[in-house]
Design a protein around this ligand. Structure first.
Ligand SMILES: *[C@@H]1O[C@H](CO)[C@@H](O)[C@H](O)[C@H]1NC(C)=O
Length: 300
């Protein structure tokens, strides 16, 4: 982590002039990336991303929304995180949300993919409304978070900026930190293109919305159609490898919004009996992590 800034590189391709005007380049101590100039309250946010190839253990590419630099104690966050791996093992995707500083309740899910995300560009998108959050990969919804009464402030509800970063997550990203970033294989290059920032930008203090009035295009979803729901369910049945709802090591009682699906429970249990029950229990603490610390290291 010492003097490695130029070894984690983000290349930004083919953003339109308007998109370029709406982002800043981040100059992080140990990575690189960009952040949207505006904060948005709800909207649709998307990018095509190509991840670094070969040995990428410890490398984390993140595409996420956060307001951690404004609300240090009660920030909101919506995450797509890509966790690198040792050579020959695939990248994993993680999604998560925090609301109003709920960093003690991680709501992570992890998935493998039906393609190699380092071979080509694929589209990753977040739809955020006041009632739901949907994560998409190549327009297939992979996760739907419905706002429930019992979630209270844990549902992200304050304006956030959009971030994209590549950084050194040696301490936790691959097998809980067992495999660290190896700078012998640097530079690690991730590429971004086709940025979509479609929402109402708001001043977090004055709360005066300035909406993107371009015609709502068909490319911008508003929810999950029944046909897409079938795709989502089949994605989840095949590719989901972790869900906080079934993690009996972290949550004796699943958080209230969890709807337990016995089939899913069985599948995850056969996959990892320690975490998902049915095997010998370990009571070790899992690593909880907030992005807030990382955001503080960023100078815009
Ligand atoms: C958010 O957290 C603050 C204190 O940290 C609390 O006063 C406020 O009521 C919370 N808001 C919601 C919507 O839960």
């Amino acid at each position: 982590m010492k003097d490695t800034p130029s070894f984690l590189v983000m290349i930004i391709w083919s953003f339109t002039e308007m998109e370029r005007q709406s982002i800043y380049h981040l100059d992080e101590r140990t990575g690189s990336g960009f952040v949207s100039q505006d904060l948005y309250l709800h909207g649709y946010f998307s990018a095509s991303i190509k991840l670094p190839a070969d040995y990428t253990a410890g490398v984390v590419v993140a595409f996420y929304m956060s307001n951690g630099d404004i609300f240090e104690k009660n920030h909101d966050e919506i995450d797509f995180e890509f966790l690198g791996n040792i050579r020959g093992k695939d990248w994993r995707i993680q999604t998560n949300i925090y609301g109003n500083g709920s960093t003690s309740v991680g709501r992570e899910e992890r998935y493998s993919l039906w393609f190699d995300p380092s071979e080509d560009f694929h589209q990753y998108s977040i739809l955020w409304t006041d009632s739901q959050i949907i994560f998409y990969v190549d327009n297939i919804p992979i996760r739907e978070v419905k706002r429930t009464e019992s979630m209270g402030g844990d549902f992200p509800s304050k304006p956030m900026s959009l971030y994209a970063t590549i950084w050194d997550g040696s301490g936790w990203a691959t097998n809980g930190g067992k495999y660290r970033v190896n700078y012998k294989y640097a530079p690690y290059v991730t590429e971004f293109s086709d940025l979509v920032l479609h929402g109402c930008s708001v001043d977090p203090i004055e709360q005066f919305p300035k909406c993107d009035n371009t015609e709502s295009s068909e490319a911008i979803p508003t929810g999950v159609t029944p046909a897409r729901r079938i795709k989502m369910e089949s994605f989840r049945a095949k590719f989901m490898t972790y869900s906080y709802c079934y993690d009996q090591v972290r949550y004796k009682v699943p958080p209230s919004e969890c709807v337990i699906n016995p089939k899913e429970a069985d599948r995850l249990k056969s996959y990892d009996p320690v975490t998902f029950g049915g095997g010998r229990r370990h009571h070790g603490k899992r690593h909880h992590r907030s992005r807030a610390g990382q955001v503080e290291a960023i100078s815009i």
